[in-house]
Design a protein around this ligand. Structure first.
Ligand SMILES: [Mg+2]
Length: 342
């Protein structure tokens, strides 16, 4: 199913952590959830790193500084330096710096992560539309961002000052449920001004470029839990990806994925980085993986056999994506997924 022309490691049983030089890991739903490490993450990352894989953490959240993210990961038992963290704040700061004069003032609607990233590029964060900014940038500001900040952005954007957004994720998970993300905040200014921002974060190319520039990765593997950010970002960057099922994506969403949302590999959790990924073979119209055989029937996906549930999902992905071609699979997958408990 890979678009890659390179030799994929499953043929040799080689672990992904050996086949790729750098893991570009999403955080929420991959490494931690609600502040706590996800099962098997700490040990799996330690083993991958001990084997020589570079680990980098790539987040669309522009609120926290790389230092703060690294501190959190280290506390969870994943020793991380600030240089191992790449944020959408850094990506948007570079994007702005390429379009405004050196040392220019930038009106910031967001948090400390954004201000630090702008200063790193030699730009001067300012707080008011009256400060003569050369650009406006919006990043996630947390729950205490005052409503008046959107007015400040709108005054400048309506005057024609170039507008940038770190990312446009509409929601952000919190311990208490789903909260509005930076994409919702961007929408407020969009409604007020009718303007469109330039966006840096996943799945767009500025974020992937920032990640490659900062890590020097030559053979990266994107590891994520979201199809429309992590996996699409890998697709746009033309690199391989591993989807883990510890976050927001379920089996039904994966089977219905259009081409740009289809990961190279699927696994239950980060232990999948340490193993060779089994090949899916075609056998008389069926797609076999482990003990499972999947096929596209009349109106539904069929699954026979038994074994590891994730092998069944891999077989179903091959059947669904082959049936869908460049579109999305509309075959009913409920019964097949129920057999896998997914
Ligand atoms: Mg995530």
């Amino acid at each position: 199913m890979s678009r890659s022309v390179r030799t994929r490691p499953e043929a040799s049983g080689q672990a992904l952590s050996e086949a790729y030089d750098t893991a570009l890991l999403d955080l929420d739903g991959v490494v931690y959830a609600g502040g706590n490490a996800i099962a098997h993450a700490v040990e799996s990352l330690a083993t991958a790193r001990a084997g020589g894989m570079r680990l980098a953490y790539v987040t669309n959240n522009a609120l926290r500084t790389p230092d703060a993210v690294a501190g959190h990961l280290t506390e969870l038992g994943i020793p991380t330096g600030a240089d191992d963290v790449i944020t959408s704040a850094q990506a948007v700061a570079r994007l702005i710096s390429e379009q405004v004069p050196a040392g220019a003032r930038v009106l910031v609607i967001g948090g400390e992560g954004l201000r630090v990233a702008l200063r790193e590029r030699g730009l001067e964060p300012v707080e008011s539309a009256d400060d003569d900014p050369a650009a406006v940038v919006q990043g996630f500001g947390g729950p205490d961002l005052p409503w008046g900040r959107f007015a400040e952005a709108s005054y400048a954007v309506a005057r024609g000052v170039p507008w940038f957004a770190s990312n446009t994720d509409l929601t952000i998970p919190s311990g208490r449920g789903i909260a509005p993300g930076n994409g919702a905040a961007v929408q407020v200014v969009r409604i007020a001004t009718g303007a469109e921002p330039q966006v840096a974060g996943k799945p767009l190319p500025p974020m992937h470029r920032e990640t490659i520039l900062r890590t020097g990765a030559e053979r990266p593997l994107v590891v994520g839990d979201r199809l429309d950010t992590d996996i699409e970002g890998a697709f746009n960057g033309e690199v391989d990806s591993l989807l883990v099922l510890t976050g927001v994506t379920d089996g039904a969403q994966l089977l219905a994925a259009p081409p740009q949302h289809r990961p190279t590999y699927v696994d239950a959790d980060l232990r999948g980085m340490l193993t060779g990924q089994p090949e899916v073979t075609v056998d008389g119209g069926g797609f076999r993986c482990g003990g499972w055989t999947a096929s596209a029937g009349a109106g539904s996906l069929e699954l026979a056999g038994d074994g590891e549930p994730v092998d069944g999902l891999r077989a179903l992905c091959a059947a669904a994506w082959t049936a869908a071609g460049e579109g999305t699979c509309e075959l009913d997958a409920d019964k097949a997924l129920a057999r896998l408990g997914l």
